[in-house]
Design a protein around this ligand. Structure first.
Ligand code: HPA
Ligand code: ZN
Length: 338
């Protein structure tokens, strides 16, 4: 029996490198935690909350996303959140996930940094044992806040550096260029923390240049606007800088008017190292395989394209070389059976 390209891509082993744990909070869990913690959500029901997921741009999404995070108070809440994500990821044949978390969203509400980290880490540990999903945590600085706040967050992270595998930069992009965080990223590099940053989602190609040159990141999160700048495409291609692309997110936040107009295929054809990720799956219409199906419907990639995307997801991960090689061998074995 020949399987469709979408089925092959959904079934292949893959890594997810761009997912915000706070963006995996499904409305059902949000309401359950609101009740457990006696927090009032400004929505009457699960359906009313889901109906609010109509976004004009990144900021209109972030307003809802930060409101949703208000139900997360205790270690068990962060555990439940991450456990639910890992179950969904495992069902999509994700064997490794590099998960962003936004400590400032929680510490600003009085939730201690350690409560967030302990809950997430315990879930990740259990997820490896129970589901076989490997994972890493990437601490993101909120770029709409001052660099001094990022330094304060890094200070809180210092006793836990062995448990944090990298740093990133997220939240409102426009008006908050990477250059604003040059000093804190320099400090992170001194601490030998791998660096990534969101750039070129809504922001211009100049922000991608800054992320590369000033922050010295090893991956660009989103980066879809790179195609507007030929020299930048050449730089990304020559240095094999991975772009963690999030197709459903880009359509939901109106970076592209619809999936047919998404530039994923053009990024691939330009020779760039591209991965496909879910970003904030509870808000944007689905997890990795939902992204794969939506892309395949609209852009009709080949099985070879998907194989390359999965291979890139492993090559671009933060784990050691033997582990990456093992996953790539598993991917090759999967395609040998197709
Ligand atoms: N972009 C920027 N910041 C974010 C996002 C995003 O898509 N999701 C959560 N924080
Ligand atoms: Zn993101």
């Amino acid at each position: 029996m020949t399987r469709s390209v979408a089925a092959i891509a959904c079934g292949m082993p893959k890594a997810e490198l761009h997912v915000h744990i706070e963006g995996t909070l499904e409305p059902e869990l949000a309401f359950a935690l609101a009740e457990r913690n006696a927090v009032r959500l400004p929505y009457a029901s699960v359906d009313a909350l889901r109906a609010a997921y109509e976004f004009q741009d990144l900021q209109s999404f972030l307003d809802v996303y930060y409101a949703g995070a208000s139900v997360l108070l205790h270690e068990q809440d962060f555990y439940d959140l991450a456990q639910a994500y890992l179950r969904r990821a495992a069902a999509d044949h994700v064997v490794h996930a590099e998960i962003f978390f936004d400590p400032q969203t929680h510490t600003a509400r009085g939730v201690p940094f350690e409560v967030v980290l302990d809950g997430l880490e315990r879930a990740l540990h259990d997820g490896l044992r129970a589901l076989g999903v490997s994972s890493r945590l990437i601490l993101c600085f909120l770029r709409h806040l001052p660099e001094a706040d990022a330094f304060a967050t890094l200070e809180q992270a210092l006793p836990h550096l062995g448990r944090i595998h990298g740093v990133g930069l997220d939240s409102s992009e426009r008006g908050h260029p990477p250059s604003k965080f040059e000093r804190v990223f320099a400090r992170c590099r001194e601490l030998e923390l791998p660096c990534v940053a969101h750039a070129g989602e809504e922001g211009p190609p100049a922000y991608i240049w800054e992320a590369l040159d000033l922050l010295q990141v090893r991956r660009i999160d989103h980066g879809v606007r790179a195609l507007e700048d030929e020299r930048l495409v050449e730089r990304l291609r020559a240095a094999r800088i991975p772009l963690t692309v999030c197709p459903l997110s880009n359509v939901k936040l109106r970076v592209f008017p619809d999936m047919r107009r998404h530039n994923l295929k053009r990024l691939l054809d330009a020779g760039l190292a591209v991965t496909v990720n879910s970003d904030d799956p509870a808000y944007f219409g689905g997890y990795v395989n939902d992204n794969i199906r939506a892309v395949q419907d609209a852009l009709d990639l080949s099985a070879a394209d998907w194989r390359r995307i999965a291979r890139t997801s492993f090559e671009a991960s933060l784990v050691d070389e033997p582990t990456r090689a093992r996953w790539i061998a598993d991917l090759d074995a999967y395609f040998a059976r197709k």
